[in-house]
Design a protein around this ligand. Structure first.
Ligand code: SAM
Length: 232
């Protein structure tokens, strides 16, 4: 039997491409997002009582990669990109049902003009379709004694430095508040693919409408320049 689900809303996110998005929620707390609920779910009754919760579970569709199918074995980046584990032992985006689940901070619930939720720390691409929202219940869902398998702690963080040019450009842009912190937290995650370590290589990550150019050498990420992002 097949089941069909309709999105209840869409995510508006600074992450305009997959590259640079943290691999799990809460790693980049400076990422601010808006969840816009769609009719008929954009009625204040649907979110009555939700603002009392500090965190929510967001179920969503990996819409940008869902047509690429899935494999029984995947190579998690945390294992260096070589060792394989079963798809159900992983958080791979390539799954039989391409659904994701993220625990995120709920900053505000707005009901003035439709219904929108202000979120922090999500790992979601701009335009992600959302299937459901559920309040996080700490006494049921927090399990500090749990075993994390091959993901046994937060990933190491890179130090982040700014070039003079990038710092100057930052001061000239009208980037949203918290942009510098967002850049630093994103780069500290080391967004490079697991197999790449070329100190000469210049990368670009798109955040809001900016292309942040950077390089990584000797465990330090250096912001080189901030350019306008190419329009799609
Ligand atoms: N916490 C979630 C989970 O376990 O379901 C996501 C884990 S998955 C490894 C996180 C990655 O999903 C991000 O780094 C980003 O590259 C990717 N991603 C986020 N939103 C997406 C979307 N709408 N479509 C495809 N990939 C997406």
């Amino acid at each position: 039997m097949n089941y069909t689900f309709e999105p209840i809303g869409v995510i508006r996110s600074p992450y305009r491409e997959k590259f640079g998005i943290p691999r799990q929620p809460s790693l980049v707390s400076a990422a601010r997002m808006r969840l816009e609920l769609s009719p008929p779910y954009d009625h204040p009754d649907c979110v009555r009582g939700l603002a009392e919760f500090s965190h929510v579970w967001i179920s969503f569709v990996f819409h940008q990669t869902m047509d690429r199918g899935w494999q029984p074995l995947v190579r998690p980046p945390r294992l260096g990109g070589n060792a394989k584990v079963g798809v159900f032992a992983s958080r791979s985006t390539h799954r039989p049902n391409p659904m994701g689940l993220s625990l995120v901070e709920l900053l505000a619930v707005n009901v003035d003009n439709g219904v929108t939720l202000e979120l922090a720390g999500a790992d979601l691409l701009d335009g992600t379709p959302v299937l459901d929202i559920k309040p996080y219940i700490p006494f049921v869902e927090s399990r500090p004694e749990a075993s994390g398998g091959f993901v046994d702690g937060p990933p190491p963080q890179l130090r982040v430095e700014w070039s003079e040019a990038a710092r100057r450009r930052l001061d000239q842009t009208d980037a949203p508040a918290g942009f510098a912190q967002l850049v630093e937290q994103v780069l500290a995650q080391d967004p490079r693919p697991a197999y790449q370590d070329d100190p000469e290589r210049v990368y670009g990550v798109t955040l809001y409408c900016y292309n942040v150019r950077f390089g990584i050498a000797d465990g330090v990420a250096r912001v080189l320049e901030i350019l306008p992002a190419a329009q799609n």
